[in-house]
Write a protein that binds this ligand. Structure first.
Ligand code: DAK
Length: 258
């Protein structure tokens, strides 16, 4: 891999987009490597992923404008599909993904962070969808995911005005869960990932599916989705261990993801 590094620390997988010369902008090679990295994640052993960018200046400064500038319509469509497929793979990935946003998260960078389950950021983070200033619309889900996360009014203000926002505003409007000094961002991401990793993995994964899939349908259907995923936890080793531990007034020995 040239542009992605993948490290495993216990039950946590850390994916780093590593193209600092272009502020970690997403070109086709980065998207291909990210796709392959996700395919290679050991879903038995890993309980939470962290996605971040190399360096302290930028998480991802968007799709690669140099590469995009010469695309034909057909190539543009293929590039868009490649990006959308990877972003959707992240969003529906069975394991929770935390975006640790360490600087610029613009265009495709803001969009990839929104494909993750939870966003936290450093104090120097900047979020925005500057696409209309480049003559295009956000194309990796920005119009859809930003409006769902921060509401239509804020999303439209940011998107129509190509207005970047700083970490504090991102926190205020609910785009990120927390803001940290730069040096504390990765420790905080790992702490959050460890907290998630300690819980029963089948239950955590079912919660991810229930929330994501339930938000796409009306409440009657959403409740059915929840019922099925609730039922799916039963007869698992982890459900028995979790409940037995409570009844025996002891700590869970270990959740085994089975
Ligand atoms: N692409 C390519 N290179 C980039 C880049 C980008 N998005 N952002 C930065 N770089 C490169 C710069 O060209 C520069 O390279 P050198 O000149 O050193 O070779 C290097 O990174 C450092 O950048 P700067 O010198 O500009 O650094 P500054 O600190 O002065 O400024 C900045 C940082 C982040 C404010 C600035 O670099 C900037 O404004 N970057 C562009 C941000 C942006 O507009 N991002 C959105 C890109 S549009 C689609 C789906 C999705 C998309 C498109 C189509 N389809 C469905 C078809 C997505 C579009 C986008 O993401």
């Amino acid at each position: 891999m040239e542009f992605i590094t993948y490290e495993v620390e216990g039950q946590i997988g850390i994916i780093t987009i590593n193209r600092p010369k272009a502020l970690n902008a997403l070109n086709s090679a980065v998207l291909d490597e990210l796709d392959k990295t996700l395919d290679a994640v050991d879903q038995e052993a890993i309980r939470c992923l962290i996605l971040t960018g190399a360096g302290e200046k930028s998480f991802v400064a968007g799709a690669d404008i140099g590469e995009m500038s010469t695309l034909t319509k057909a190539e543009g469509e293929a590039f868009g599909k490649k990006g959308n497929d990877v972003f959707r793979k992240l969003e529906t990935f069975p394991i929770p993904v935390i975006a640790a946003v360490n600087g610029f998260a613009l265009g495709g960078g803001c969009e990839i962070s929104m494909s993750c389950d939870i966003r936290i950021c450093s104090e120097n983070a900047v979020f925005g969808q500057p696409e209309v200033g480049l003559g295009i619309t956000p194309g990796f889900g920005g119009t859809q995911r930003l409006a769902r996360i921060v509401g239509t009014g804020k999303a439209k203000e940011m998107i129509y005005g190509a207005r970047n926002i700083k970490a504090e505003e991102a926190y205020r409007i609910g785009l990120v869960n927390n803001v940290y000094p730069t040096e504390e961002l990765m420790p905080a991401a790992k702490k959050l990932a460890s907290t998630i990793a300690r819980n029963a993995p089948i239950a955590v994964r079912n919660c991810k599916r229930a929330i994501n899939e339930g938000l796409q349908v009306d409440m009657d259907q959403a409740i059915v989705i929840e019922e099925k995923l609730f039922g799916n936890c039963f007869e698992t080793y982890d459900q028995k261990e979790g409940m037995t531990a409570f009844l025996e007034k002891r700590k869970v020995e270990a959740f085994l993801n089975k």
